[in-house]
Design a protein around this ligand. Structure first.
Ligand SMILES: N[C@@H](CCC(=O)N[C@@H](CS)C(=O)NCC(=O)O)C(=O)O
Length: 231
């Protein structure tokens, strides 16, 4: 039996974390049955979600979950792609993980209004005064990771300049295709969907909502992916 450790639905998204959504879509693509567990963060081997347990074997990190599914279940997420397309799909996914994810983190956690609208809910169950202390410590930890990665060094304008360029290029790569690399979904679609849905989630104060919505092909793509994997 497979257990996927996740945060849970939030902000109108299948999960608060795009990496969890990626892992969930990968399981669905491979048609593997799984149960969700919402209490795994404290035991997470890498301190992050997602991870999964598959017949006692623990696999942490969404990309290692992909490799595990490929190896153990002989499932090829990119079966329709030639070697060059496989390389491009991997590059697109890793671009999104390295650029858009960090902008998402910054926009949710470092912007007071967005924090109050979004991530503050993660702390609601903690009684005061611990709640305020844990909230501040978590924000500081995330700020440090943003600085370490580099996105935290940029101004708001610079962060969004890079993110919008990534979104515009994603729209160009998608073009008239139904999925990022063609007529059928491939492994990269799992994160491309998750992160584009994440940065354009309604209710947050961010230019990335209009940056996504001005591309009708991206809007259609998000609806198509959502209906295919989460309806
Ligand atoms: N490289 C990891 C990234 C996972 C990740 O960053 N997860 C974040 C949520 S988006 C997390 O669990 N954070 C919890 C924490 O830092 O306490 C993957 O692909 O799974």
């Amino acid at each position: 039996m497979i257990t996927l450790y996740k945060f849970g639905e939030a902000f109108g998204l299948p999960d608060a974390s795009p990496f969890v959504t990626k892992a969930e879509i990968l399981l669905k693509m491979a048609e593997l049955a799984y149960v969700a567990d919402f209490d795994g963060l404290g035991e997470a081997p890498k301190g992050k979600l997602p991870y999964l347990k598959d017949d006692g074997e623990i696999v942490a990190d969404s990309t290692f979950i992909r490799l595990h599914i490929e190896d153990k279940y002989s499932f090829d997420f990119d079966a329709d792609l030639d070697d060059r397309q496989r390389g491009l799909a991997w590059a697109v996914e890793k671009l999104m993980e390295d650029n858009l994810y960090w902008t998402l983190l910054s926009q949710r956690w470092m912007h007071e209004g967005n924090f109050d609208f979004g991530p503050s809910m993660f702390f609601e169950a903690i009684p005061e005064p611990a709640r305020a202390e844990i909230t501040e410590a978590t924000k500081k930890r995330i700020a440090r990771s943003l600085f370490g990665q580099g996105t935290g060094l940029h101004s708001e304008e610079e962060k969004y300049q890079l993110a919008i360029r990534t979104i515009d290029h994603a729209a160009a790569i998608l073009g008239d295709n139904n999925y990022i690399m063609g007529a059928n979904p491939c492994g990269a679609d799992a994160f491309v969907f998750a992160i584009l849905a994440g940065v354009s989630a309604k209710g947050f104060d961010t230019p990335l909502i209009s940056a996504v919505n001005e591309h009708s092909n991206l809007v259609d793509y998000l609806a198509r992916m959502h209906s295919r994997y989460f309806s």
